[in-house]
Design a protein around this ligand. Structure first.
Ligand SMILES: [Fe+2]
Ligand SMILES: [Fe+2]
Length: 268
């Protein structure tokens, strides 16, 4: 790494306590090994497996996250509405109602005085209604561009086509378009022709012996019988999934993107 490049770690959806603890335990090791300068963590499932609260947010910020992004479960814990207004390192999707508290994008101080813009967007295919993520992306990117050298986008969405379309739509305008929400990493990471790092989904941080971070048996039972069951957060074999993006700070272009899949043997 030269002084003109930075390495950014994106961490997939933190699911419950196993996810929070895996991030806390693994981040210093990954930071050191990969030379990480800036870290964005999606934490929409950090509190009890759905939503985020002040305590889990503080935990992740203390453990090394520079910015915490979210998604469709952002308001599950209502107390977070007050936090969203006062903690600018917490982002909620930019294309929620204009009445929603908090912010969907902001500029943060990175290494060597670098200014890093981060935006959080929500898909609307196979998801609850939201405002147009493409229009919101264009607005946020043009606002961030004036103040930031790098722009990172977390596109929290279900449909692969919508995510690929966002990558192409923003190619050349932002440093990275990183997909979250499905909790399953995809193998399509690459730098698009315009210089934007892209991946459809980076996966999750939580129990790998699970279905999307929840205990296997109740989820299978629900699909087999159609009957409701409580989906407890799974504990076994916690892992951290994400990507490292290397970027040129002069041009704002990505130089590479690489998947990370790290086990935490200390999990309980
Ligand atoms: Fe999630
Ligand atoms: Fe989600």
């Amino acid at each position: 790494m030269t002084t003109d490049t930075v390495r950014i770690l994106f961490v997939g959806d933190i699911v419950g306590k196993p996810g929070r603890r895996a991030f806390q335990a693994l981040f210093p090791f990954i930071k050191n090994r990969e030379g990480i300068d800036f870290c964005v963590v999606n934490a929409e499932n950090a509190a009890g497996g759905s939503g985020i609260d002040e305590k889990s947010l503080s935990f992740l910020l203390a453990a090394g996250a520079d910015v915490v992004t979210t998604g469709d479960h952002i308001w599950r814990n209502r107390g977070v509405m007050d936090v969203a207004d006062k903690e600018r390192r917490l982002l909620r999707p930019a294309n929620l109602s204009p009445e929603a508290p908090g912010r969907g994008a902001d500029v943060y101080r990175g290494p060597r005085g670098l200014r890093v813009g981060v935006a959080n967007l929500l898909g609307r295919v196979f998801m609850e209604p939201a405002d147009c993520p493409f229009r919101a992306a264009a607005n946020e990117v043009s606002r961030l561009k004036a103040r930031a050298s790098l722009i990172l986008v977390d596109f929290h969405a279900e449909a692969t086509s919508e995510k690929e379309a966002m990558g192409r739509y923003l190619d050349g305008r932002v440093t990275a378009v990183i997909g979250t929400h499905t909790h399953v990493p995809t193998a399509d990471e690459r730098v698009l022709p315009g210089g934007t790092a892209y991946i459809t989904d980076i996966g999750m941080t939580g129990s790998w012996d699970s279905i999307l971070g929840r205990e296997v048996e109740p989820v299978v039972h629900r699909f087999v019988t159609g009957l409701p069951r409580f989906f407890a957060v799974a504990k076994d074999n916690p892992v951290l999934q994400g990507v490292v993006v290397e970027a040129d700070t002069n041009s704002g272009r990505a130089l590479g993107i690489r998947r990370i899949f790290e086990s935490w043997p200390g999990g309980d």
